[in-house]
Design a protein around this ligand. Sequence first.
Ligand code: SAM
Length: 296
Amino acid sequence: MNYRHHFHAGNFADVVKHVLLLGLLDSLRRKDTPFCYIDTHAGIGIYDLGASAAQRTLEFKTGLSRIKAADATGMPALVNDYQKAVTALQAERGGFWYPGSPWLALQAMRPQDRAVLMELHPEDAGTLRQFFSRRDNTSIHERNAYEGLAALIPPKEKRGLVLIDPPYEEERDDYAPVVELLKKAHSKWPTGMYAIWFPIKDHHAITRFYRRLRNTGIPKILTTELCVLPPDNQLGLNGTGMIIVNPPWQFAETALDILKWLKPVLSEHAQSSYKVEWLNGEAAPVKKVPVDKFAE
Ligand code: SAM
């Protein structure tokens, strides 16, 4: 386990993931009945972008800094909420901090809701505990997501969201372990909402990943992608994706609006692109968007 999220916090992939996450959490808050949020790969929860790890890579300049500098015209409500969340955390801690998925979820929770955070790296699990163990209705597990998730679901609340956000050290190539994890989890809790983040580095790998997902037979799988570079560029992280199983009603359209607005903010590349598509279970295509140019 070499991956440490501190080096990557606030990059373009984090921005897209966290804006979409806020949308999913928002949908859960529309009913008064309690929900359970499960973060299988929680990281440390909040990140000091002034500290040496983030300052060494400056990856937040590909994401958070671009959002801050953007013209807010037409900004989708969820991007605005995301900005407000960052500002709230920075006001709370006094400094250049970035909210990870656990912090965003805990902010969205009401007294009746509950969070379960899993993190395998002992040091990161310790830091996560330091930040959040005093929060109500929050349990932190130093645990391997691949055995822990199935043991923790279905939650007693019967409604909620599982965020699966691995570092893709073991899961590279065709992301098969992630699909197996989803299959196992879905068989235990078919009505849960699942959001799976994935990197876009090689588009053949994504095709194989989607084929595996289709072959699970799980209905209602939505995929969202935003590529800041052409998807088969050899340089590294070309794009960011999120699979959503059992998405909220009209989330596909919401995601499409968000990605359309974010694309020119996060990339000037002529071949940057975005898409939202059903992989399984929906006859009607989401308004499909081809690779298009920066100037729209
Ligand atoms: N979800 C976080 C966020 O959005 O703020 C970022 C998580 S980071 C991409 C992935 C985390 O998973 C790392 O902190 C890593 O230590 C942890 N991890 C790696 N393998 C794991 C496993 N098998 N089970 C649980 N956590 C794991």
